[in-house]
Design a protein around this ligand. Structure first.
Ligand code: SF4
Length: 236
């Protein structure tokens, strides 16, 4: 079967009802439209974390600090405490503070709404070298706030995509991964594909000992592993 057909079948499986049913709680959209700054700071929580966990922690963050300026002038330790529940809270806190500080120094504020007018290319140009911004952050804002056609890719998703064969093994970084996925995933499926794949990557496709036995993609995954046999102790 041609590779493109195999990949389209896999993408359909990622988007399938079967995959949606076995993953954890459904992702929820924000109750009201978020600002671009909120999307950006949420993306730093969301990278390598589930939607549900990131939402809980983002609410913690918003209730802990009066506004983004209070967060900017707080220590990394204080911000990291508000990010409890996520992996690497200190590193995430430092990224948030350094972005807020740099943005404040150039604009004396925390408004990013002008990015809506600049569009995807303009936003990328403004943010790609900004402190604290990863490719995932930039792609998340593009997809969720600017409604652009792209798929944010973090490390767990990259691992899962390669195991599925949706990315070539030679793909080395998120920029290359996105370029490939943007061609494979239709624009109107971008958000659902991101959410579903991210959940499968986090819930099943673990770095060590992936839970292939219960993974909803096991029937079509070329990397599916049989569960390891229990160790039998030799009699002494
Ligand atoms: S079958 Fe296994 S290797 Fe393939 S996507 Fe699922 S958990 Fe990952």
């Amino acid at each position: 079967m041609p590779l493109t057909v195999v990949r389209q079948k896999l993408i359909s499986q990622v988007l399938s009802r079967k995959a949606a049913e076995v993953v954890a709680d459904p992702a929820s959209e924000p109750a009201q439209e978020w600002t671009v700054m909120e999307h950006l700071l949420f993306a730093i929580c969301r990278e390598e974390s589930s939607q549900e966990k990131a939402e809980v922690v983002f609410r913690q963050l918003q209730s802990r600090f009066f506004d983004w300026n209070e967060m900017r002038v707080s220590s990394p330790r204080e911000v990291a405490e508000a990010l409890a529940g996520l992996t690497n809270p200190r590193a995430r806190a430092e990224r948030m503070i350094s972005f807020l500080q740099e943005h404040f120094e150039s604009t004396y504020g925390f408004d990013l709404e002008s990015l809506q007018k600049k569009g995807v290319k303009g936003a990328a140009k403004q943010l790609e070298n900004a402190k604290g911004i990863s490719d995932f952050t930039l792609a998340w804002i593009s997809q969720r706030s600017l409604r652009a056609h792209t798929v944010p890719v973090d490390a767990p998703m990259m691992r899962c995509l390669k195991r599925l064969g949706l990315l070539d093994a030679t793909v080395e970084n998120a920029v290359e991964a996105r370029a490939s996925l943007d061609e494979q995933v239709e624009k109107n499926h971008g958000v659902d594909f991101t959410d579903q794949l991210s959940r499968i990557a986090l819930d099943f496709c673990h770095d060590r000992n992936p839970a292939c036995g219960t993974c909803p993609l096991a029937a079509d995954c070329p990397s599916v592993r049989a569960p390891s046999a229990p160790r039998v102790r030799k009699p002494k």
